[in-house]
Each structure stands twice: as structure tokens, then as C-alpha cells.
Ligand binder design. Structure first.
Ligand code: ADP
Ligand code: MG
Ligand code: MG
Length: 247
């Protein structure tokens, strides 16, 4: 399970996370909602080990291992998967190679044999058929010229190949049409099971119509200020974040 205790983090000397406490037990999907600027993306970046953030207090462990002490690659090897709001475009890097490199890095870390190009293609094609992805998306540069929906499909393919034990998804639903939202939701729902957990970060309730979370947490000004069941998301949709602030 993911366990975050009193986590504090700064960027450029400004404290953004002001003591986050959160537990996501294995097998559960939790949502984090909150207004713009509340620190949602910062939390996902800090958990992924992105540079530029200073951890000034607290801890984050995943299955008892200190996440914050690990390199980003080590975090991935322990089964952590992060999908970002704005997937990077890597011109010149073939998508197939990119995905195979990520998968083989994980297999090496687990002591499993690496997949050669043919083995990888067989597996990737199988997973892509399930996601209704056109095969030419393997040949193109990573995310280059991909539509919003294709980027999401690619992210979900990555997840389907890596089979993470914890997926953190930071979604600004604003840029996503309903089809893209459904792609993400189907991808996450297909992973559901006793060994999978997910932290779904979102500004809007809409995504949570498709991914029904076990718990919902509200992040405001760098702190979790309220937690509840899936009904909390609906409540926030109806009454807005100001109602939480006032409470
Ligand atoms: P959210 O994802 O909830 O919209 P963010 O985590 O992106 O919020 O941002 C939280 C706060 O951190 C905001 O006030 C934002 O302006 C600030 N912030 C984010 N990135 C930087 C940065 N690189 N330098 C300074 N402040 C930043
Ligand atoms: Mg934002
Ligand atoms: Mg954000």
C-alpha cells in the first residue's frame, strides 16, 4: 500500500505541500480532487521523483519501501506507474522502442528475461487490439502528432504492458473529450484487482463517473481537508469547493 505521512514539499522556496496524510490500501482506487493550484500535480510529481522539488518533511512509502529515497527508475521498478497531464513528445524515438525499453527495464529489475523486438511486438499487438489502437502507433515517434485520445491510448497501453501495482494518474479533464476520458477509465478499470491500486487526481467529478473510486480526498492549499466515499465527488460537483472551504 501507499502510505503518505506529513508530507511537505517546496518548489523554489515556496511551500506547496503542507503536510499530506494519505493511505491507499492495495486493491483500492482513491481519487484526489481539488481546485486549481491546490498542489495536486505537485503531489504526483513529488511521488514520481521529478527534479526541482524539495521534500521538507514527512514520508511516503510503497509496500514499506521509502519511495522518496528512490531514483525515478527504481520507483518504476517497484511497480509504480505515473501518467502525466501532458505526455512528452519524443521526436526521433520510435514508440515501439520506447515502450520496449520501459518494459525491459522493469523486467530486468524483477530478474526476468528481456523481450526481443519480435517478442515485444507480439505482446504489444495483442494489447493494442484490446485497446482498439491502430498498429501504426508503434512506428511513430513517441506521442508525436498524436491526438489527445491517441496519447491517452498510448498511456493506457504503457500501463497494460507494465502492469503496475500502483498507478498515479494526474488528469486535467479540461483538455480531454469524453472519449479520451473513457479510454483512461476503461484502462484503469481493466487493471482493477486485489493487487492493483490507483491514485486518480482530477479537478472535475466527470472522470469519476467512469472510474468509481473507493475513497475521495479533497486537497486544498496543500492539505487533505476532507475524505469520503464516492458520493463526496458528486457533492463537490453540486456545491463546489467553496463549501469545503467554509466548513
Ligand atoms: P494543481 O495541480 O492542483 O492545479 P499545482 O501542483 O500545479 O496545482 O500547483 C500548486 C501551486 O504551486 C500553485 O500555486 C502553483 O502556482 C505553484 N507552482 C507550481 N509549479 C511551480 C513552479 N515551477 N514554480 C513556482 N511555483 C509553482
Ligand atoms: Mg492546475
Ligand atoms: Mg494539476
Amino acid at each position: 500500500m501507499l502510505k503518505i505521512e506529513g508530507l511537505r514539499a517546496e518548489i523554489e522556496g515556496k511551500e506547496i505541500l503542507k503536510g499530506i496524510d494519505l493511505e491507499v490500501p492495495t486493491g483500492e482506487i482513491h481519487a484526489i480532487m481539488g481546485p486549481n493550484g491546490s498542489g495536486k500535480s505537485t503531489l504526483s510529481y513529488v511521488l514520481s521523483g521529478r527534479e526541482g522539488y524539495e521534500i521538507t518533511g514527512g514520508s511516503a512509502t510503497f509496500n514499506g519501501q521509502d519511495l522518496l529515497a528512490m531514483e525515478p527508475e527504481e520507483r518504476a521498478a517497484t511497480g509504480l506507474f505515473l501518467a502525466f497531464q501532458y505526455p512528452v513528445e519524443l521526436p526521433g524515438v520510435g514508440n515501439a522502442n520506447f515502450l520496449r525499453t520501459a518494459l525491459n527495464a522493469q523486467r530486468r529489475a524483477k530478474g526476468e528475461s528481456e523481450l526481443d523486438a519480435m517478442q515485444f511486438l507480439k505482446l504489444a499487438r495483442e494489447r493494442m487490439r484490446a485497446l482498439s489502437m491502430p498498429e501504426d502507433m508503434l512506428k511513430r515517434g513517441v506521442n508525436v502528432g498524436f491526438s489527445g485520445g491517441e496519447k491517452k491510448r498510448n498511456e493506457v497501453l504503457q500501463m497494460a504492458l507494465l502492469k503496475p501495482s500502483l498507478a498515479i494518474l494526474d488528469e486535467t479533464d479540461s483538455g480531454l473529450d469524453i472519449d479520451a476520458l473513457k479510454i483512461v477509465a476503461d484502462g484503469v478499470n481493466a487493471m482493477r484487482g486485489p493487487d492493483f491500486s490507483s491514485l486518480v487526481i482530477t479537478h472535475y467529478q466527470r472522470l469519476l463517473d467512469y472510474i468509481v473510486p473507493d475513497r475521495v480526498h479533497v486537497l486544498m492549499q496543500g492539505r487533505i481537508v476532507q475524505s469520503g466515499g464516492p458520493e463526496l465527488a458528486k457533492q463537490l460537483e453540486a456545491s463546489g469547493y467553496a463549501s469545503v472551504e467554509a466548513a
